[in-house]
Design a protein around this ligand. Structure first.
Ligand code: FPP
Length: 250
């Protein structure tokens, strides 16, 4: 029986929208080309890309998407010119400095996946602090992939499995998909439902290789610095039209 709420009850939470992805992951590509087209240094493209980062965070919040993962710096990116790497690290510092208050206002938990130990100590400290201070927010997450590689993540999980076997806490017969998944960088984060790559490139580039197994993929021609809420809405609308079968016949 459906009991109507008594007077004075808080309004009921809106029902979750089953067509909405819970977790969107984005390969933010095209900063360099955006700058080149304007005859600007590459770093200006990354600066403009950082504006798109906050636009994406806001858009996900407004649409009700619970988790957003952004590929901000790959293990391969360490081979870029030193000045570009330094500029990208400075942008991450700036993002934390200037946007921390907004993460709190929006009750967004910050997470990092990747080899954080590779990052400069001050960036690591700033990330650790904001992660600790936002750790209690239960509903929304922003996951930054930093010094991240999908193969490195799987190799790191395999190393942890080896250590557990050597310590006698894991029986090799118990090594299954769940045992690997439990040793990924953020095992409690659900797999992405939708992966977006900007700038027209059609590659995964070592991003979330394990977690994207059943994700829907959306490739946008838009360069990342131009990516705004309407482009995210377009990807979500496309996602709504997909039939997800997870390998089954439906
Ligand atoms: C790829 O574009 C983008 C990156 C390697 C870096 C992404 C970083 C940001 C968007 C800014 C900082 C991030 C945060 C979280 C504040 P590309 O340089 O490979 O572009 P191209 O393929 O056109 O050269």
């Amino acid at each position: 029986m459906c009991v109507p709420p008594e007077n004075g009850c808080p309004p009921a939470e809106p029902a979750p929208d089953p067509g909405l992805p819970r977790h969107v992951a984005i390969i933010m590509d095209g900063n360099g080309r955006w700058a080149k087209r304007r005859r600007l240094p590459r770093l200006r493209g990354h600066e403009a890309g950082a504006e798109s980062v906050i636009a994406a965070v806001r858009a996900c919040g407004d649409l009700g998407i619970a988790c957003l993962t952004l590929y901000a710096f790959s293990v391969e990116n360490w081979s870029r010119p030193r000045a570009e790497i330094a500029g990208l690290m400075a942008l991450i510092r700036r993002f934390l400095r200037e946007r921390e208050a907004e993460l709190h206002e929006r009750r967004i938990r910050l997470r990092v996946i990747g080899r954080m130990c590779d990052l400069p100590a001050d960036v690591r400290r700033a990330l650790d602090r904001v992660m600790a201070e936002t750790a209690e927010y239960p509903d929304r997450q922003l996951v930054l992939a930093l010094s991240y590689g999908g193969r490195a993540e799987i190799a790191d999980a395999a190393r942890r499995i080896g250590e557990a076997v050597r310590a006698g806490t894991l029986d090799p017969r118990d090594i299954d998909e769940a045992a690997v998944a439990a040793r990924l960088y953020a095992p409690d984060v659900p797999d992405p439902d939708l992966m977006i790559r900007t700038s027209g490139e059609l590659r995964l580039s070592n991003f979330l290789l394990w977690q994207l197994s059943y994700a829907e993929l959306f490739f946008s021609e838009v360069l990342w610095p131009d990516f705004r809420e309407r482009h995210l809405v377009e990807a979500v609308e496309d996602y709504r039209r997909r039939q997800r079968r997870f390998g089954e016949v439906r």
